[in-house]
Design a protein around this ligand. Structure first.
Ligand SMILES: *Cc1c(COP(=O)(O)O)cnc(C)c1O
Length: 387
């Protein structure tokens, strides 16, 4: 494969890890459809290659946040059913139908407006979103639900394929709020049954719920974070039923190495001053890649050892303190393994006082993605050169 990026900074996505994580979920949850959640460019990993690996490993559907993300998958040639989890504009219903993309609905007004815009010969699949306690989008009352059902009944071209809700606390050890949401959802499903509505798909579990609460699987589960090999939260790590494999790693190379005398400073603001003669390496990664300034003081790996990021992180570059003189071109690992050492996505999240979900999403379009399968590079995505 020809080289399609020209900077010494890249992300590697291990598609075998994605396959492993999906196959484990497939075996552990044999009776429900697996919906692979690939929103936000597959949590920063790269949507189309991750979607293909997930579908090959046993997922039967995909989910994204908004219509553009779904169309992007269609344009990459992906044929599987796709559900948009968030809101879509009513004027875009024909576009969704043309691409066979299922939409989420939760307002009668929306359905009425969508009927006005409808001009397609196709059928549009819809999933009804119920708010059981997340407080984000969704129907809360039986009145709202009846109104939506009534509006749908005079629109045979809208096919109510599914109904779902989303948990706010499935990743917490304290299950009280989770239980409350689950009971509300069951009650909401009863409202539907009362109206003789039995959608083919009922789904409520994200990764945490799917892996912890078998009684919550219904006939489909939505797996996001666990597919990427990351735990939904550190506090439930010990409850996971199988070992996850992290798919995301982040690398660069030294582009400059120099010896700096004791008492000299490094980077903007001169916030770091050497205490003795030190070897300082420059790495071509910065906050404009998503490697934010708060990471000053965090560690990266070179030659299998942890070394600190010294001085402020610049827009496109940062400096690290090397244990000894190292050659230009030495690989620097920001996330991932070198020899016996590992910097995990969770380590970065913990340093930044955030959740692991945010970390691969932070590493943005400036950083090309290299996809590996069976040890070989199978695809490279560079959103800058579109190669
Ligand atoms: C993002 C998302 C998911 C996936 O959640 P994970 O915790 O990553 O498994 C599932 N459902 C909805 C509605 C989401 O927005």
């Amino acid at each position: 494969m020809s080289r399609s990026f020209y900077r010494d900074t890249w992300v590697e996505v291990d598609l075998d890890a994605i396959s492993h994580n999906v196959q484990c979920a497939r075996k552990y949850i044999p009776d429900a459809e697996l919906i692979a959640v690939v929103k936000a460019n597959a949590y920063g990993h790269g949507d189309a290659p991750v979607a293909r690996a997930a579908l090959d490993a046993g997922a039967s559907r995909l989910a994204v946040a908004f219509l553009d993300e779904a169309i992007s998958l269609r344009e990459a040639g992906i044929d599987a059913p796709i559900l948009v989890l968030g809101a879509t504009r009513p004027e875009d219903v024909n576009l969704a139908a043309a691409h066979r993309i299922a939409l989420t609905v939760f307002q009668q007004d929306w359905i009425e407006q969508a009927k006005q815009f409808w001009s397609s010969e196709d059928v549009l699949q819809l999933h009804l979103k119920l708010d059981s306690g997340m407080g984000r989008v969704g129907i809360r009352t039986e009145e709202e639900l009846s109104a939506c059902i009534q509006s749908l009944q005079s629109a045979p071209y809208f096919d109510l394929e599914g109904v779902f809700t989303h948990f706010a606390t499935a990743d917490e050890l304290d299950t009280s709020y989770f239980v409350k949401q689950k009971e509300r959802f069951e009650n909401q499903i009863n409202w539907l049954t009362k109206h003789h509505i039995n959608p083919r798909l009922i789904h409520c579990s994200n990764s945490a719920a799917a892996l912890r609460f078998p009684e919550c699987r219904f006939n489909a589960v939505r797996i996001g974070i666990a597919m990427y090999g990351l735990t939904p939260s550190p506090e439930i790590r010990h409850l996971l039923p199988y070992p996850l494999q992290e798919a995301f790693s982040f690398h660069s190379k030294l582009v400059h190495v120099k010896r700096i005398e004791s008492g000299e400073s490094v980077s903007y603001g001169a916030t770091y001053t050497t205490e003795k003669d030190e070897w300082i390496g420059t790495v071509p990664v910065g906050y404009a890649d998503g490697w934010i300034r708060k990471l000053q003081g965090f560690e990266v790996l070179v030659d299998g050892v942890r070394v600190p990021i010294v001085g402020r992180v610049c827009m496109d570059q940062m400096m690290i303190r090397l244990p000894y003189d190292m050659p230009i071109g030495t690989q620097v690992t920001l996330i991932g393994r070198q020899k016996e050492e590992n910097v995990s996505v969770d380590d970065v999240a913990s340093y930044l006082d955030t959740i692991n979900y945010e970390v691969p999403c932070m590493v943005n379009f400036r950083v090309p993605r290299v996809f590996r399968q069976n040890g070989k590079i199978v695809e490279i995505e560079n959103l800058l050169t579109k190669q």
